[in-house]
Design a protein around this ligand. Structure first.
Ligand code: CDP
Ligand code: MG
Length: 247
């Protein structure tokens, strides 16, 4: 198989799309018939603060950062229905997957999307005013229905952030994996090599892991700085984990 056919990209169906019943439309617009791409992983995720912060790590410190965390966590569209606060995460695969999906999705800003690319997915989005505590307008949140990885680096980081290797069928995996020989436990932003009461076991011997994650964990366990932060590695192991809700 040509390596280019393994290219993967992450799509998130965001809470505004779920609330407006656009899920079927998005699946059909991005279907193999229309894009030539196929699913290699999918899951329904109640997005934790940790996951939202890691997903949007590049925007940390920007004025709209808190607003996009709330948006992704479903706080804006399901404030009174916490059980509906979720996104659908999908990994698509195929040649040119990243560019093809970004093209169909369209520009980030829904107003620009309507002008520049009428009919693209984000042209159906809305702009929401952001106000400070005194009610002064400080910016706008772009409710644009869908996330799609923008570059090859983003796609690799995002697929590894949201998916474990075993969430993806073995022959569809695009990134190197390794088997863990160790146990790793996590609790309140700390990594442990042995069980701690109320910790979550994130890895056990023989579990299949992204190689880059295992390299980071081995370093972090010894207190050595690693390429991936602890939260960027463990967030996927805490997906839908009730214990981890406030970590
Ligand atoms: O999603 P995309 O990669 O196109 O855009 P981004 O610049 O990485 O921003 C991430 C998300 O934050 C966007 O999709 C918007 O939902 C939101 N955003 C916002 O609300 N206001 C901004 N000025 C920029 C982004
Ligand atoms: Mg982006």
């Amino acid at each position: 198989m040509d390596k280019r056919d393994l290219e993967q990209t992450l799509v998130l169906i965001k809470p505004d799309a779920l609330k407006n019943s656009l899920t079927g439309y998005l699946f059909s617009t991005l279907s193999e018939f229309h894009t030539g791409l196929h699913y290699c992983g999918t899951k329904i995720v109640h997005v934790s603060k940790m996951m939202a912060e890691e997903h949007y790590a590049e925007h940390r410190g920007k004025i709209f950062f808190p607003a996009i965390l709330d948006y992704l966590m479903g706080h804006c569209h399901y404030s009174d229905k916490p059980w509906k606060q979720r996104v659908i995460a999908i990994a698509y695969q195929g040649r040119d997957a990243i560019r093809k999906i970004r093209d169909i999705v369209g520009p980030t800003n829904p107003l620009e999307a309507r002008l520049e690319k009428p009919g693209c997915i984000r042209s159906l989005g809305t702009m929401v005013p952001l106000k400070d505590a005194e009610g002064n307008m400080i910016g706008q949140r772009m409710d644009n229905l869908i996330h799609a990885s923008a570059t090859h680096n983003d796609a690799e980081r995002e697929i590894k952030l949201w998916f474990k290797p075993n969430d993806i069928p073995p022959l569809m995996r695009a990134y190197p994996t390794e088997q863990s020989r160790e146990f790793y436990y996590f609790k309140e932003n700390r990594l442990y090599g042995k069980y701690e009461p109320d910790s979550v076991c994130i890895l056990a011997p023989s579990d299949v892991v992204w190689k880059s994650d295992l390299e980071s964990l081995r370093k972090l366990c010894k207190g050595i700085p690693a390429s991936g932060s602890l939260k960027s590695v463990v967030a996927k192991y805490l997906i839908n984990e009730k214990l981890a809700e406030n970590w």
